[in-house]
Design a protein around this ligand. Structure first.
Ligand SMILES: [Zn+2]
Length: 149
């Protein structure tokens, strides 16, 4: 009997994106693309109706993630992360880098994008109980945020 532990559901999306890491010492400073993979695991708190045996309805989670993925798919993530809509959040959350033109910007690393996804989801759905977010940059590399205990 599985009484301990926690029950969660996960939705996975794949999408294409471009980015570059400003002032980075290495080839990631050059414009390049990835097939990214985003995994969002939740414990509950969907906007939908409660149903016995369902943590968060997959259809709800799909709808919740759709607008986030729409913003990321075939996008240049440097523009997404540095969009004025996210300036206050970025200033409080991320560490800026100085780009080649001397401007302070936020670099779309996998780590920063995980935090951005969390911010987006929490802004749109404050009741969503996010357990884990994974941002896969390749089939062998991901950054992860986990809920604190
Ligand atoms: Zn890259």
């Amino acid at each position: 009997m599985l009484r301990s532990g926690s029950l969660t559901v996960t939705k996975i999306y794949e999408f294409a994106y471009a980015h570059r890491l400003p002032s980075y010492q290495g080839k990631c400073a050059r414009l390049h693309g990835h097939t990214g993979r985003l995994e969002v695991e939740v414990r509950g708190g969907s906007a939908g109706t409660a149903y016995p045996g369902i943590v968060t309805d997959f259809h709800d989670l799909k709808r919740i993630m759709a607008s986030v993925v729409e913003e990321l798919d075939h996008a240049f993530l440097n523009d997404v992360l540095n969009d004025a809509r996210y300036a206050d959040w970025a200033r409080e959350t991320l560490s800026p880098v100085t780009d080649e033109d001397g401007r302070e910007v936020y670099a779309p690393t996998s780590e920063n994008m995980v935090l951005w996804v969390g911010h987006r989801l929490r802004s749109d759905y404050p009741g969503l109980q996010i357990e884990r977010i994974r941002w896969w940059e390749s089939s062998s590399s991901f950054a992860e945020w986990k809920a604190g205990r």
